[in-house]
Design a protein around this ligand. Structure first.
Ligand SMILES: [Zn+2]
Length: 325
């Protein structure tokens, strides 16, 4: 029974592996002005965006945890992610992975992933439950531990990676981004079910003037760039994480120059992202009026030309004046 279960789990891990792909292409730096975050609700999130910090990709390694526990809704049916913080200054994700792989039978604790400023290491298939919080939270949620850092830049990178991991898992399992529902703190689960007394990551976040709602906004930012995402609905698509690319009516061109943007009916110019199904999704970010932006590509879609101003953020010709380089 033991080895049979493990075999099933290996297959689930392989599926999960192909399911997550986020290729960060070169960030296109704005020419003159720093990128303005219209939803400026967090200085750390702004720091991440203004400095073009991109999350790293998720490493999948099989850990030593030999329990293959279905969630209360079944295998492959988590209900969200619990965000933890290790409370171990100086310990990297790599250190924590070794420690938990060696000691989980004694300490009776294991989580799905550890994240720090330079890596995201997934050590147990998120199709199965682990021992990160109390029994109730364990039976519902994926569990991820954030490692402590000691500089603003490292903290920003670590939460970018953490938010990206959470976004990837929610997207993989077809879950929406909802603070207090699909994105929860260990602190919240302790208050709800009184099965643990831990309050992480609330105190550690507060040290950096950060909180779970700001973190959730960052999760949402990454989630909204993921193929087929729909952040406003609970019934996002599931299981099609490996669809072929079909760019429908979109055609691309290389075209270097500057676009000066202006939206006469608002204080900012909307940005859109192109998805792999030949459509566009609205970004929750915008550009300040009358600012010049470097652009290297155009796309034609629905009779409009769109100018690329960052990895997958485009501005429509109605708001842009293009000057070739
Ligand atoms: Zn915790």
């Amino acid at each position: 029974m033991f080895s049979k279960k493990k075999m099933v789990a290996s297959i689930a891990t392989a599926v999960a592996l192909t399911g997550v792909s986020f290729v960060a292409t070169n960030e296109v730096a704005p020419q003159t002005f720093a990128q303005q975050e219209v939803k400026a609700d967090s200085w750390i999130n702004n720091y991440i965006n203004q400095n073009g910090i991109q999350p790293v990709s998720i490493q999948y390694r099989e850990g030593t945890f030999t329990n293959w526990i279905p969630y209360e809704n079944g295998v492959g049916k988590p209900e969200g992610v619990v965000v933890h913080e290790t409370a171990t200054p100086g310990a990297t994700a790599e250190d924590e992975v070794s420690y938990f792989n060696n000691n989980w039978p004694t300490i009776q604790t294991y989580v799905h992933a550890f994240v720090d400023d330079t890596s995201i290491i997934n050590i147990h298939s998120a199709d199965y439950a682990v021992w990160g919080a109390g029994p109730t939270a364990n039976s519902k949620y994926i569990q991820v531990e954030l490692c402590e850092t000691s500089s603003v830049d490292a903290f920003a990178r670590s939460v970018a990676n953490d938010a990206y991991y959470v976004a990837s898992k929610l997207h993989q399992y077809g879950l929406p981004v909802e603070y207090g529902k699909t994105v929860v703190s260990h602190d919240q689960t302790s208050q709800w079910w009184h099965e643990t007394t831990h309050t992480d990551p609330t105190g550690y976040f507060a040290k950096w003037n950060y909180d779970m709602e700001q973190f959730t906004a960052l999760v949402n930012q990454y989630y909204s760039t993921m193929d087929g995402s729909n952040t406003n609905s609970g019934n996002t698509n599931t299981g099609n994480t490996n669809t072929g690319t079909n760019n429908g009516g979109v055609s691309s061109n290389t075209s270097e120059g500057t676009v000066t943007v202006k939206n006469p009916s608002s204080f900012m110019v909307p940005l859109v992202a192109f998805n792999n199904h030949g459509g566009i999704t609205k970004s929750n970010r915008g550009l300040a009026n009358n600012t010049p932006w470097y652009t290297d590509q155009t796309k034609t879609y629905n009779g409009h030309t769109y100018y690329r101003v960052s990895t997958n953020e485009w501005v429509m010709d109605s708001y842009a004046t293009f000057t070739a380089k």
